[in-house]
Design a protein around this ligand. Sequence first.
Ligand SMILES: NC(=O)c1ccc[n+]([C@@H]2O[C@H](COP(=O)([O-])OP(=O)(O)OC[C@H]3O[C@@H](n4cnc5c(N)ncnc54)[C@H](OP(=O)(O)O)[C@@H]3O)[C@@H](O)[C@H]2O)c1
Length: 295
Amino acid sequence: MRILVTGKNGQLGKSIHKVISANAKTDNNQNSNQFIFVGREELDLSRENSISHYFDDNDKFDIIINCAAYTEVDKAEEEQNLANQVNHLAVKQLAQIANKQQAKLIYISTDYVFDGESDRPYMETDAPNPINVYGQTKLAGEQAVQVTMPTNAIIIRTSWVYSEYGNNFVKTMLRLGQERDELSVVGDQIGSPTYATDLANAILEIIQNKEFKGAKQTTQIYHYSNEGEISWYEFAKEIFEITQIDCKVNPIATEQYPTPARRPLNTTMDLNKTRFYFDIFDWKNSLNECLEIIK
Ligand SMILES: NC(=O)c1ccc[n+]([C@@H]2O[C@H](COP(=O)([O-])OP(=O)(O)OC[C@H]3O[C@@H](n4cnc5c(N)ncnc54)[C@H](OP(=O)(O)O)[C@@H]3O)[C@@H](O)[C@H]2O)c1
């Protein structure tokens, strides 16, 4: 199979690359797949022409894994058109191309499609209601996939993604924890962290799955995160505990940390549908694993 992975320089793109490289040494099946990783230099999702040229100039693909996205939640409030182009219109174009090439599409979405007002974990079937531009554009991307590809696509909603790569909460806390004696971190936003390596493994399991590879399957949404409901404050405390960084963490309320984009308060996602198919790992175990690599 020829498998295209967009966003090669992002956290998830790099994590997929890492897992494939590790598997390639032991797993013959993976070796029969040809993975093509592209960044914005090869395939710029902000330009319709760049997308069509890329697919015109390359052989057809069997699977497209779209890890590229406009992910700057606060900046998206100002750059609405760009965020919409990358997270929605480009995704629609990818879905149209996937249809034409009879390829499957995996689209990564976010817990920020929800408004965070629920008093129980969100199920895949719950009505989304994004409260910021980033969430709105990602939801528009989901809907474009569902309309354009009623079959042959998978939408994976994930949350609080971190890894040894790029910028993320874990790496920011490690830096600030070493610079300061005390930190204030939001304590009333609840969610579940996702180690990008765990998500990468789940995606690679999907593409090896016979049902996914086989005849047309109805397009499905899955929620994927690590196990555990925590606040950013608890996340920070655990990072310092594991790394033995001596930095006091104080919980603050969302109102005390104003940001251009509103954040949903509780976006914990129900994982029961996903748990049926995939391994879900405890958030502390995965955090330990990532911190071990960063060390
Ligand atoms: N990070 C999170 O906490 C989080 C939470 C929920 C859902 N998600 C979703 O998970 C997926 C993976 O996220 P991630 O954490 O890996 O994001 P990331 O580290 O920010 O990577 C996103 C990648 O998209 C690329 N990109 C941005 N604009 C582009 C464009 N116009 N053309 C081509 N590529 C472009 C970026 O390229 P450059 O490297 O060149 O900038 C970057 O490599 C995304 O769909 C995201 O929406 C992420």
